[in-house]
Design a protein around this ligand. Sequence first.
Ligand SMILES: C[S@@+](CC[C@H](N)C(=O)[O-])C[C@H]1O[C@@H](n2cnc3c(N)ncnc32)[C@H](O)[C@@H]1O
Length: 231
Amino acid sequence: MDGSEHEAANARAWTDYGQHHLRRGTEVPDVDRVTWGFWPTGPGAEVLGDLSGRRVLDLGSGLGKVAAHLVREHQAVVDAVETSPTQHERAVARYSNLPGLNLIHADAVEHLPNAEPYDAIYSVHGFAYINPHRLLPALRNALKPGGRLAFSVLHTNSDGRGPSPSVAARPEVLPLAGGAPLTVHMWVLSPTLWEDLLVDNSLLVDAVDVLDAPDEGNPVSVRLFRAHRRI
Ligand SMILES: C[S@@+](CC[C@H](N)C(=O)[O-])C[C@H]1O[C@@H](n2cnc3c(N)ncnc32)[C@H](O)[C@@H]1O
């Protein structure tokens, strides 16, 4: 499989995932903070700066929970782009009437060149499903000079496997409540690799936060990258 086949397989997996939860009628509560890791600890929305009236993109927005929170509590104007039709359908069912939130069903990389540049772009666990060589050039051009970027990505999985040393996707397990786990292909990269990729695309790294699982014995670890586009 090459990068595009990995991405296509990911889109299918997330479509199956969304379909499963549509069938089950899974209720997911609204959120009252941005959770970059998998736990309600660590930095929140402040990493994106003052969002009031700002044009913001949520990339790989899933159900749109974080985007809705930023609209309601931080007065941001958010485009939420999601490639899976079933995940998008779940988002529309919840938030289609929320002024300031624009739910877009599209591949994020195809959406980016058609969008007015954003003040900030963020992604909670979306980047790792997209080939960074395809994503980052498009993203750079869609961010205003000086605009902020923040994204969280897996660093160590539940088996204790750390990041890959080269820019390549690898299989990972996507658990499915009440169903058989799905296989996805993720770019789980070392922070140095991410930083090199970002700098190559005029995106300068301001900080990398380590977000470890709070429970003892759980090896899962996430990295939150904070960056900005060079002016
Ligand atoms: C781990 S989920 C995170 C969802 C959401 N950000 C959240 O935290 O609840 C990753 C999401 O990224 C979406 N995604 C993957 N590749 C994408 C692409 N190329 N364009 C837009 N969305 C994508 C998937 O369909 C999935 O819904």
